[in-house]
Design a protein around this ligand. Sequence first.
Ligand code: NAD
Length: 245
Amino acid sequence: MSATALAIVGARGRMGHALCSFAEENGFSVVAAIDQGDDLIEGLAAAKVTIDFSARDVSPRVAARMAELGRPLVVGTTGLDAAGNAAMRAASAKIPIVFAPNFSVGVNTLFWLVRKAAAVLGEGFDVEVMEMHHNQKKDAPSGTAARLAEILCEARGLDPAKDVRHGREGLIGARTKTEIGMHALRGGDVVGDHTVFFAAQGERLEIVHRATSRDTFARGALRAARWALSQKPGLYSMEDVLGLR
Ligand code: NAD
């Protein structure tokens, strides 16, 4: 079987390097390794599928171009604003897009476990989310932590825009029953740690995931690219790729 032509956007970045090194063993041939200064329009036309791990202002343009071309896209870029998310939704009317804040199998299982734990433990447990990443990460909280907060809000009928409390400082009073605390730590070369705390009177459950290598995200994104090739237009998550929904 001949290799599938793949374009990578953000190819010289940390994730781009990992994707390039695992592409071949996953049946892809990198026909366009695109980074700053390269021609996005021409580069993307050469590929059957594109994987984009670049920057929040770049990914909406990549999605629009892929929609014009009618070819599937995998997006790992985090920190998109409302307009960026709307651009993803608009493009997904024409092409399959797998858009996920985290492509690791372990983290997607964490999403599943957290959804279950929130349902079983109920409102008697206070919930806090803590993440830690390397000192070069530009956005906070991480896309994975934001997704965890979304899942917890869905489970409890809360609104992520109002009920998620980012950090605490000063004389702020006692914790309310409905808030979900969110804390972002930065330092060193940490690839990505996420902990969800469920704390009640007399007991505490902590669900922890630690990524020790970017390889897991790269392999997951390549798996998503293979899956996207046979999907109908739509906006999919890694949970869809893994059949966890
Ligand atoms: P990075 O800064 O190492 O790499 C980003 C690359 O994008 C850089 O090489 C940069 O030059 C390039 N870039 C910037 N503007 C561009 C443009 N106009 N055209 C083409 N390329 C351009 O960052 P990283 O650690 O590789 O992460 C990239 C993104 O992926 C971030 O948003 C990060 O949060 C996210 N990420 C997601 C996952 C996941 O599983 N979804 C995992 C790790 C990182």
